[in-house]
Design a binder for this molecule. Sequence first.
Ligand SMILES: Nc1ncnc2c1ncn2[C@@H]1O[C@H](COP(=O)(O)OP(=O)(O)OP(=O)(O)O)[C@@H](O)[C@H]1O
Length: 252
Amino acid sequence: MSKVILGENIEKFFGEGKEKTKVLDNITVSVEEGEFVSVMGPSGSGKSTLLFALGGIDRVDKGRIVFDGNELSAGKEKKLSDIRRTGMGFVFQQPTMLKNLNLLDNIILPAVRQDRGRIEQITKRALELMRQAGIEELAKRDITQVSGGQLQRAGICRALINKPKIVFGDEPTGALNSKSAETIMELFTEINQEGTAVMLVTHDARVAACSERVLFLCDGKVVSELRLSKYKEKDMKRRMEQVTGQMRVLGI
Ligand SMILES: Nc1ncnc2c1ncn2[C@@H]1O[C@H](COP(=O)(O)OP(=O)(O)OP(=O)(O)O)[C@@H](O)[C@H]1O
């Protein structure tokens, strides 16, 4: 197995002078090709900062980030945004979609920007992803005419449109009711089973229990790591007990 993403000895500070605080403290983490990792920890422990650093959205102050053999920390801005657009997908708690475009057009946008000549093929892929996500019939709907869960499913389709090697999610189920959250997690486990690596930040033990490795952060450090097997629905009860057990040990 090779690493799709590696963050090595990364440090990140916020603020200046007396206010300066270390938010990531010499962290080394990696995600293997096709692996599903989640990141848990108390509020303010640095989870989102870590995700944004690994995804090349924010620069780190020390250390290096290597995506699929390319060192992001040494990259030029253009190269970095190309890697982000083609090799990575991002899903946030609140999907940021363009208001003047329908769901389908929002989903194809990252691919069309890259290659206008393939619009038919891209649309076909988008509709296939929407079918998989159970929202194909909403393709022409305005983004204001769908539920939060449906919008989030569209956000995942958009993140997958360029066939990324890894999808990063920052609390992707955080704003959803439990039924919608469950559908979103089914979608994440499905895309992972198809070979896409997934890294999710979450406060929800049920979400973390879908992954195969859970990293626990505290004060900008990885303080613990829990290894689970590859997701199987029938193991859910046991997986949940493992995650919640570790959360209790760490006082989360
Ligand atoms: N842009 C910023 N400027 C200054 N401080 C920041 C910035 N972004 C985050 N921080 C601080 O860095 C620390 C880590 O933030 P981060 O959002 O990574 O935590 P988190 O573990 O994801 O928290 P939560 O679970 O509440 O989302 C916090 O103390 C936060 O206030």
